[in-house]
Structures are given as C-alpha cells and as structure tokens.
Design a binder for this molecule. Structure first.
Ligand SMILES: [Zn+2]
Ligand SMILES: [Zn+2]
Length: 291
C-alpha cells in the first residue's frame, strides 16, 4: 500500500502558522522552510517529466529480489525547472539573511561565470558524487553541506514527482515490508502513524510513503521488542522518537491521530530538531542521508 503526499501552498502556510503557535521558538526556521516548501510545490506544478518505463520482465525481477524500482542515479528530472527553483531558493535565503546568504550568492555567481552548470550540480547529487561537492565547495570556499542543501532542495519536486509516477508500478496488494524505499532504495527520514495506528515510513530522499510494521527498525530490520524503544514528551504527544539498540539509530515518528493540524511531513521534519538533539545526546544516530 502506498499513498502520495499532495498538498497545496495554502495548506503549507496554514501548517506553518499552526506549528508556529505551538512552538514559537521555531518561528524563524518555520517561516524560512515554509517559503522553500511553497516554492517547491509551485515548481512541481510546472514540471515536465517523461515517466520512466519499466518492462514487465524487469518489474518481476525487481519484485522477486526486493529491489527498489530505480536507484538514485536513475531519477528522471526536469533540470530546467530545477534550475529556476534554485534561483528562487537562493532568493528566499537572501531575504532570510543568516549564514547561508554569502554561500548562495557565491553559488549563483559561480553558475553565472560558468564554473559549473546546474545540470552538473544535479547529476552529481543523483550520482552521489561526493568528490564534486567536495572539490566545488573547496574551490568556491563554501560549505559542502550548504551546496548539497541548495542542490537537493531544487531537485526535490522532480524527485517526488518521478516517485509518484513510478508508484503506479508498485503492487498495491503486496506490502513492501522493507526498511528502504520501494521506489529508490533510500532510507526513511520520518515515520508516521495514521488511521487506526498503522505505521508508514517516508523516504528521506524522494518522500514516497510506504506501509511498515509497527515493531520494526527500518535500518537493521530488528523486530525484537527488548531492543526497540522510544521516548516522547508529555507536551508533544504527536511525536515520538523510535530508538533501536540493535544499530543505535533513531527515527522520528509523527502520530497524525494526535495532531489537530495539517500534517506536511517535510515541515514536521524541521519542526522537530529538538528531538534530533535529544536522540543524539542519548548516543543514537540519525539514519537520514539528506536533511
Ligand atoms: Zn525514495
Ligand atoms: Zn536498528
């Protein structure tokens, strides 16, 4: 079973306002990300992506071997629209001020000067070409993480649209049951309880959502209740952090049944940084590659 995440810009802004009321300390960060997420949803409406075709034969091999439909490097993207979004994201960063402003200006100037092009940036992200990010960041004297942030956030609408198109190939009657994304093989970035308490995992890369067992660590397949724990705060009943003593990793969980607001997973992800801090203090590691 799978389900796509569709939400309007208006709903994102409403979710931002609800979260700001609940957690005023996140005001600035929520405003910032709210604008980025709205820009991404707007951009998604303008995308032109030819759906990836997978033959019946390939599909049955993948299903038999529990392989994801594609790997990260195979995502179909709209590089032109991602490039437009990159400029818009740089503009949002500029207006927000803070540490990333000079980084973004440097990236824009470097692109204008032809030091590298956006296509190369996006391809390097999809190919996990760490050397490109390492060298480019060094050459431009910027943070590698900031360069990856800009590249990933510009590509995110393409990734989620491509994942939505591909999800038509997934067998709706056969639960995936794995801890990695059935679309792209990445680790989940967030977990959710919905409906009657069914658990879903959300891909940390393409944001595809898939059904999962409740008692299960997606990072090491642990199902032993003795080594699977969680913590939560009385003040924030809609969140909990699932901890695995098998692999010492954690995943944040949003219990949508306990939240009276629109749930937009990327926003919940950034509004819970205090939980990441707490889990890391408890010596657990995040399983996410891209944040
Ligand atoms: Zn994925
Ligand atoms: Zn584990």
């Amino acid at each position: 079973m799978s389900e796509n995440i569709t939400i309007t810009s208006n709903q994102i802004m409403k979710a931002v306002e609800s979260l700001k009321e609940l957690r005023p300390v996140y005001g600035t960060i929520l405003d910032f990300y709210g604008q980025i997420f709205v820009a991404q949803e707007d951009s998604k409406c303008k995308l032109h992506i030819d759906p990836i075709q997978i033959s019946e034969e390939m599909l049955s091999i993948k299903a038999e071997e529990n392989f994801p439909l594609i790997n990260m490097s195979e995502f179909a993207i709209d590089a032109k629209e991602a490039g437009n979004l990159l400029i818009r994201i740089c503009d949002i960063v500029k207006k927000a001020g803070g540490d990333m402003v000079s980084t973004n200006q440097t990236v824009l100037k470097a692109i204008e000067a032809g030091k590298f092009d956006q296509k190369e940036l996006f391809a390097s992200l999809l190919n996990e070409d760490d050397a490109f990010f390492e060298n480019t960041a060094k050459e431009l004297e910027i943070e590698k993480k900031a360069l990856a942030f800009i590249a990933y956030n510009s590509l995110k609408p393409s990734l989620s649209m491509c994942a939505e198109q591909l999800s038509a190939y997934l067998d709706k009657d056969k639960p995936w049951g794995k801890g990695y994304c059935p679309i792209c093989g990445s680790s989940p970035g967030l977990s959710m309880f919905q409906g009657e308490g069914e658990r879903f995992l959300i891909c940390g890369f393409c944001w595809h959502k898939w059904a999962s067992n409740r008692i299960f660590c997606p990072f090491c397949d642990n199902t032993d209740t003795k080594t699977l724990n969680y913590f939560f705060s009385e003040d924030e009943k809609e969140y909990r952090v699932d901890l695995c003593d098998g692999c010492k990793k954690y995943i944040k969980t949003v219990d949508t049944r306990k939240a009276e607001r629109i749930i937009y997973p990327p926003l919940e992800q950034v509004a819970t940084l205090h939980l990441d801090i707490k889990a890391k203090e408890m010596k657990y590691e995040s399983g996410i590659h891209f944040a």
